[in-house]
Design a protein around this ligand. Structure first.
Ligand SMILES: CO[C@H]1[C@H](O)[C@@H](O)[C@H](O)O[C@@H]1C(=O)O
Length: 696
C-alpha cells in the first residue's frame, strides 16, 4: 500500500540518496585535495578493484570536477594520486607497518595518507574484494565531508559477520509491508530484466557495509517457490553477479515443502532420505549458477508456512538437514525464530505469545549445526513501537544468532510518519542481558564476540521500493543508512551516524544539520507518545496495521491482547502471571517482575495496571495516557516547524515531499490522540485533569 501517489514521475527515475554527489564549492579544499586524487593507481588489474577505481573516479569527477586517470601499474612509479591495492602486494606493503597489516580483517580496509615533499598519496588497502569496495565508499564520503587529509587515517573492520537485508518482495512485484512503491527485483511473476536499478541499489548497500541480500519474501508462495530452480536461476545469477561486484551475497527465502511442490515427493520430512537427496541436488544446481550463493532464509511453522512440525520433527531437524546440503559450498541456513500459535482463542489467558519463541527454541540449544543461524526479532512479539528485547538473546549460548530489525515501518508509521529507528535500535543493542554476567550486551552477542561465533549478525527488513527516493519518506532513508552503519559498528553513537547521513544527503548548512538531527532523534519518542506508550502496542487496525484501533487485535486469533476493562489494562507477564519474565536472567527477572522497578516505558508489557496507579512522576496511569497523547500530537508541530525553517535550504522536490508527509502525520497523530483518549475515557469515565477536549 502506498499512501502517497507520486505525480508524473517516470518509473525509471530515482535519486541516489546519500550517494547523490554534489559539487564541492570549497576552492581551498579542492586545492589541497587535487594532488591526491588526480590519478588512481590500481596494482592488480582485478575486475573488482577496477570497479572500485571506477566508482572513485566517477565520484571525484562529480564532486571535484576533475577526471582522474586510472592507471594500472605494478611498480613504484607514482608520486601523486590514490593507490588502490590488495594486502600482500609488495608495493603496497612497503607503505605499511606490520601492525597495520595485521589489523586489516577479511572485510576491512585501511585508508592512509602519505604526504611528503615528493609524494601525495592516499593508500586504500584491503585484504579482499569486498573490503576494497567498502573502503572506496568510505573514502568518497570522507572526501565529501571535507576530511582533513593530513589526519585522515582509518582502519575499519565490520564487527558483525552477517549484515543482511531481507526483502519481503513478492514475484508479482508487490512488497509485503512495503511503503515505497513496488519491487525492484520482480514484476508480473518474473525477475525484472533491467539491472541498472539493482546495481545502484548494490552501490547504496555497499556504501553502508551490507554483505548479504535476501531478495524474496519469507512467505514463499506461488511462483516464488520455484526461484531455486533453473526456471529462474539464470536470471538470479545475473542479480548475484551485480551484487557480487559490491561485496554482497545473494540469499533466497525457501518454502520448506519445496520437495513436494517442485520435486513431486509425497513428503518434506527432513529426516526422509529422499527429501535430503532432493535438497542436495537442488543446492548443487543453485551453486552451479551462483558459486558464492549465501544460503537459505527459512520461515518454517510460522503463520501458515510449512515446517518440520508437520512431520513431528524439531526445528533443529529441519534446519540441520538444509545446513548439511549447504555446508560443502560454505552456505548458511538462516532460520527464523518467529514461531507462535497464530490461531489462539482470545478467551485463553494461559497462552502468552510473548513466551512462544523461547519455548520453541530454547530446548534446542546446542542441537543446531555450525552453519545454522537463528534469526530472532528484536522483541518477543512483532516489531511494536516498543517491546522488551527477546529473552532468546543470551538465552541460547550454543546457538548462532542474528537480530532481526524492521527497517520498513510496519508498526511505526509506514513511511508516512517520520519515525527514525536508530534511537530505538541503539537502546536494544546496548541492552545488557547478564547472560555471562555484567557487560553481556546484545551487540556483543550478535557480533559474535561474546560467544566466539562465526555466523551471526544483523538482519534488516528492507524499507525500499521503486519510488523515486527509494523509501517513500525521504527521511526514512536515514533508517536504511543507520541499519547498515550499526551492523558495521554497533558501538557508534546514533547521533554521529544520523549526523553523517544528514551531511552526505543535505550538505553542511548549520541549520539544516541541526534541525534534521533534532527531527530524527526525537521522532520515535514523539511517535510512541501519540500511539501506544508504556509498551502497550497492538492498538492498530488489523491487516494493514496503519492508524489507531484500540481493540483491533483484542478478540483476534493472533495472541495480541491488552485485556483492558474499566479498572485496569495490560497483561501480567510476571512470574506470578504468565511467567514470561522467567525467561530472562535473574537480574532482569527481578526488575521486570517488580512494578516499582520495571522500566516505565515497558510497564504495560509486563504488568496489569489499574488506571489509578501512580507512576514515578506522581501522575496516575490514566492521566499519563491523556498527557502523552495530547503532548505527542502537539510535538508533531515542532517537527513541522523545524522542517519549515529549512524552506529554501533543501532541494524543492524533497522539501515538498517531506512537507506533504508531515502534514499527513499531523492529521493522523490527531486521529491517534482522539481515538485512544476517547477509548480510555469511555472505559474509565475518568476525566482529564487538565480539562482538554476528549470526545465523549
Ligand atoms: C512477512 O510476514 C510478516 C507479516 O507481514 C507481519 O505482519 C508479521 O507480523 O510478521 C511476518 C513475519 O515476520 O514473518
Amino acid at each position: 500500500m502506498e499512501h502517497v501517489k507520486q505525480k508524473g514521475v517516470p518509473q525509471n527515475q530515482y535519486t541516489m540518496c546519500w550517494l547523490d554527489y554534489k559539487r564541492c564549492e570549497d576552492e581551498e579544499y579542492l586545492k589541497k585535495v587535487i594532488p591526491f586524487i588526480s590519478n588512481i593507481f590500481i596494482l592488480d588489474n582485478n575486475y573488482y578493484f577496477r570497479n572500485a577505481a571506477l566508482e572513485l573516479k566517477e565520484a571525484i569527477k562529480n564532486i571535484f570536477g576533475v577526471e582522474p586517470n586510472i592507471q594500472t601499474t605494478s611498480y613504484l612509479d607514482f608520486h601523486h594520486g590514490t593507490l588502490i591495492g590488495k594486502l600482500g602486494n609488495e608495493v603496497i606493503e612497503k607503505f605499511l607497518e606490520k601492525e597495520e597489516k595485521e589489523q586489516i580483517g577479511n572485510e576491512g580496509f585501511l585508508i592512509k595518507v602519505v604526504a611528503t615533499k615528493t609524494q601525495n598519496i592516499i593508500l586504500l588497502v584491503a585484504k579482499t574484494e569486498s573490503g576494497i569496495i567498502y573502503g572506496t565508499f568510505e573514502l568518497i564520503n570522507r572526501l565529501r565531508v571535507k576530511s582533513n587529509l593530513s589526519s585522515l587515517y582509518i582502519i575499519e573492520n565490520p564487527k558483525a559477520p552477517l549484515r543482511v537485508i531481507n526483502h519481503w518482495d513478492n514475484m508479482d512485484g508487490s512488497i509485503e509491508r512495503g511503503y515505497a512503491g513496488s519491487s525492484i527485483f520482480f514484476s508480473n511473476n518474473r525477475v525484472k530484466r533491467s539491472l541498472k536499478r539493482v546495481r545502484d541499489y548494490a552501490r547504496l548497500l555497499a556504501s553502508i557495509g551490507i554483505n548479504g541480500v535476501v531478495i524474496n519474501n519469507v512467505n514463499v508462495r506461488g511462483k516464488a517457490i520455484w526461484l531455486i530452480t533453473p526456471k529462474y536461476l539464470p536470471e538470479l545469477s545475473e542479480i548475484a553477479e551485480t551484487f557480487r561486484l559490491y561485496g554482497i551475497k545473494l540469499y533466497i527465502s525457501i518454502n520448506f515443502a519445496s520437495p513436494i511442490y517442485i520435486g513431486g515427493l509425497s513428503t518434506a520430512d527432513p529426516l526422509d532420505p529422499d527429501v535430503f537427496k532432493w535438497w542436495q541436488e537442488t543446492v548443487k544446481t543453485i551453486y552451479s549458477y551462483i558459486p558464492d550463493f549465501g544460503g537459505f532464509l527459512v520461515k518454517a511453522d510460522s503463520e501458515f508456512n510449512p515446517g518440520p512440525y508437520v512431520y513431528g520433527r524439531s526445528h533443529a531437524d529441519g534446519a540441520n538437514m538444509l545446513a548439511r546440503t549447504l555446508l560443502p559450498y560454505g552456505g548458511v541456513v538462516i532460520w527464523r525464530a518467529f514461531v507462535y500459535n497464530c490461531l489462539q482463542d482470545w478467551r485463553d489467558t494461559k497462552t502468552d505469545r510473548a513466551k512462544a519463541a523461547y519455548e520453541n527454541f530454547k530446548p534446542l540449544d546446542g542441537e543446531f549445526l555450525d552453519n545454522v543461524v537463528l534469526q530472532i526479532k528484536y522483541g518477543p512479539m512483532d516489531f511494536q513501537v516498543r517491546e522488551p528485547v527477546s529473552p532468546l538473546f543470551g538465552g541460547m549460548e550454543k546457538t548462532n544468532q542474528m537480530i532481526e530489525l524492521q527497517i520498513t515501518q510496519e508498526y511505526t508509521g509506514q513511511q508516512i510518519h517520520l519515525c527514525y529507528l536508530g534511537t530505538l535500535w541503539k537502546e536494544i543493542l546496548e541492552f545488557d542481558t547478564y547472560c555471562k554476567g555484567k557487560g553481556s550486551y546484545i551487540k556483543r552477542i550478535v557480533d559474535g564476540s561474546l560467544f566466539g561465533w562465526k555466523y551471526c549478525g544483523f538482519a534488516g527488513v528492507s524499507n525500499i521500493g521503486s519510488s523515486i527516493n527509494w523509501t517513500g519518506h525521504d527521511l526514512a532513508q536515514a533508517n536504511l543508512w543507520t541499519f547498515g552503519k550499526l551492523a558495521w559498528n554497533p558501538d557508534r553513537s546514533v547521533e554521529d551516524i544520523a549526523k553523517e547521513w544528514i551531511l552526505l544527503t543535505f550538505g553542511d548548512d548549520k541549520k539544516v544539520v541541526e534541525n534534521i538531527l533534532w527531527m530524527l532523534l526525537n521522532s520515535h519518542r514523539i511517535y510512541e507518545k501519540y500511539t501506544t506508550p508504556l509498551g502497550l502496542g497492538w492498538m492498530v487496525n488489523p491487516g494493514h496495521h496503519y492508524g489507531p484501533n484500540p481493540e483491533g487485535y483484542e478478540y483476534s486469533k493472533w495472541g495480541t491482547y491488552h485485556r483492558a476493562d474499566t479498572k485496569a489494562i495490560g497483561v501480567d507477564r510476571t512470574s506470578k502471571g504468565t511467567g514470561y519474565t522467567l525467561q530472562y536472567h535473574p537480574h532482569w527477572q527481578k526488575i521486570f517482575d517488580d512494578i516499582e522497578k520495571c522500566p516505565e516505558n515497558l510497564l504495560l508489557f509486563f504488568h496489569r495496571v489499574p488506571y489509578t496507579y501512580r507512576l514515578k512522576s506522581g501522575k496516575t496511569l490514566i492521566q499519563f495516557m491523556y498527557d502523552s497523547h495530547f503532548e505527542g500530537a502537539e510535538e508533531v508541530d515542532v517537527l513541522i516547524q523545524k522542517w519549515e525553517e529549512l524552506r529554501g535550504k533543501i532541494d524543492e522536490d524533497i522539501f515538498n515531499r517531506v512537507s506533504e508527509r508531515l502534514k499527513m502525520q499531523k492529521e493522523h497523530a490527531i486521529e491517534w490522540r482522539d481515538v485512544i483518549n476517547t477509548y480510555f475515557y469511555r472505559k474509565t469515565g475518568i476525566p482529564d485533569e487538565k480539562g482538554r477536549l476528549i470526545y465523549p
